[in-house]
Ligand binder design. Structure first.
Ligand code: UN1
Length: 496
């Protein structure tokens, strides 16, 4: 078997991990297909990458922001040219179907052009001083070297959400991609390099969370950490980062509900649920993992939903006719299997799916059937815990208020959705759903890059990506310019 060997990118040079250790990146739809070998980095590699980023920061911070942004414009154009190849690479390393990996690359393109505009818009404030002949303003400053830790489910979009605003803000970066999907980060960063990014401004260290991620979080010269992943890992990230007072942006789990009221357009709600629950094989933090049905339409909706889920074509995402790809690895299959057992034990009713697929060509990969449980009540674990797979729980309710209450009865708060034709209820839902994102008559997935992305409760720690990312990747400086030519004492000389 021949496959390419990829290295870390440190200070503009591609180099293996100091230990020489590597990990294979394998296609989850076909384990015979090895995408490449990637470094298994450790603290020594992280230290080198941080040193390179620190060195590059001295000059990068002085490049005018509109000039930094021009690199993103060029990168966006190159990504457009390379979209098809990068989508194919992504499907091979991650499994989701080509239409979706094209969307993932497109999200990075959108982000490039959106954030490039920020290069001419890093606005601060001017404000009157309390003293005469004194000028007051606030300006955005870069944070310094930032550490970025990204997940496998959006292998190019999420790195772009972090890298691009960090770069426009004048920071230099060390990025640790997920061990399952490093290639898409390589493709993205190579594109930035081809677009003219100077050496050391972005460095890649591939490796596991334990040896690479922790070293990055703990490094004293790293000034901020942006992490996307599970709430469990996010909590560790925040606690480790606290020791060196690093700001941390955490984007974590979800247990997103699609609420369908009796008056909804059922066809639309069905299409939305199918896409929200089984798109990306359910492996989105925004995935629809709960469907909350008002009693009047519950049976009709459920029957039709099950029929459509059974008809989905599962397979290798490189085949354009396939609708649902594999899960990313064996661990995810185990999690899905466990939740089927848990839900069954707790009294849920399995309506379809429930198993890993192992016959024929499926045996070469990690496939799981689209799975639907009915008869789930709000206290059952399947109603509360994130599965991150194609396993969806149906819950029923009587009144609008009960629907909202169930939707809010969980620890997460990322995305939410309501299908209704009643304008009053739609607006009440927008007000009352405890989530960072609410869709009306659209599924829980599909956020656009120029809106705030993130959630409340156990989903996040208050930061936002999308149009909130510049706030995280810049820090404020208050500036006072006294042109009175005399000492003016604030709070004293202007007092009555
Ligand atoms: C994620 O699952 O981590 O809104 C991100 C969406 C995508 C991003 C999902 N644009 O579903």
């Amino acid at each position: 078997m021949t496959y390419p060997t990829y290295h870390n990118l440190i200070g503009g040079e591609w180099m293996p991990a100091a230990s020489g250790k590597t990990t294979l990146n394998v296609n989850p739809a076909d384990h015979d297909d090895v995408v490449g070998s990637f470094p298994s980095s450790g603290p020594e590699d992280v230290a080198k990458a941080v040193a390179a980023a620190k060195k590059a920061f001295a000059t990068w911070r002085l490049v005018p922001a509109p000039k930094r942004a021009e690199i993103l414009v060029r990168a966006g154009n190159l990504l457009q040219q390379r979209k098809e190849q990068f989508a194919r690479d992504m499907t091979r390393e991650m499994g989701k179907v080509l239409a979706e990996t094209r969307g993932d690359v497109q999200e990075a393109i959108d982000e490039a052009f959106y954030v490039a505009g920020e290069g001419r818009r890093l606005f601060g404030q001017t404000t009157p001083s309390e003293l005469q002949n004194k000028f007051a303003m606030s300006i955005r400053m870069p944070v310094g070297v930032v550490g970025l830790i990204t997940p496998w489910n959006f292998p190019m979009a999420i790195p772009s959400w972090k890298l691009f605003p960090a770069l426009v803000g004048g920071n230099t970066c060390v990025i640790k991609p997920a061990t399952d999907t490093p290639l898409s980060t390589y493709n993205l960063v190579q594109t930035l390099v081809d677009a003219g990014l100077p050496d050391g401004v972005v460095n890649i260290v591939s490796g596991s969370g334990g040896s690479t991620g922790n070293a990055l979080i703990e490094h004293p010269d790293v000034r901020a950490i942006s992490f996307t992943g599970s709430s469990e890992v996010g909590s560790h990230v925040a606690q480790r980062a606290a020791a060196t007072f690093k700001p941390v942006s955490l984007e974590m789990g979800g247990k997103n509900a699609q609420i369908v009221l009796d008056d909804a357009n059922l066809e639309l709600a069905l299409e939305g649920a199918l896409w929200g629950a089984f798109g990306t094989t359910g492996q989105r933090c925004t995935a629809t993992s709960r469907i909350l049905l008002q009693k009047g339409i519950a049976k009709k909706f459920t029957d039709e939903f099950v029929a459509r889920a059974k008809a989905l074509k599962i397979g290798n995402g490189l085949d354009e006719s396939v609708q649902v790809g594999p899960q990313v690895n064996k661990g995810q299959i185990e999690t899905s299997t466990q939740y089927v057992e848990i839900a069954t034990k707790e009294g849920g009713k399995l309506l379809c799916g429930g198993h890993a697929l192992t016959a024929g060509d499926y045996a070469k990969g990690t496939f799981f059937e689209p799975t639907i449980f009915a008869g789930i009540t709000p206290n059952m674990r399947l109603a509360r815990e994130e599965v991150f797979g194609p396993v969806v729980a149906i819950l029923e309710f009587d009144t609008f208020e009960q629907g909202i209450e169930i939707a809010n009865s969980i620890e997460y708060g990322l995305s939410s959705s309501m299908y209704t034709k009643d304008l009053n209820r739609a607006f009440a839902a927008i007000r009352d759903l405890e989530a960072g994102i609410t869709y009306i008559n659209a599924p829980t997935i599909g956020a656009e890059v120029h809106l705030p992305f993130g959630g409340v409760k156990a989903t996040g720690n208050g930061h936002r990506e999308g149009n909130g990312a510049i706030d995280f990747f810049t820090t404020w400086k208050a500036v006072y310019v006294d042109y009175s030519d005399k000492l003016q004492r604030a709070q004293i000389d202007n007092a009555e």
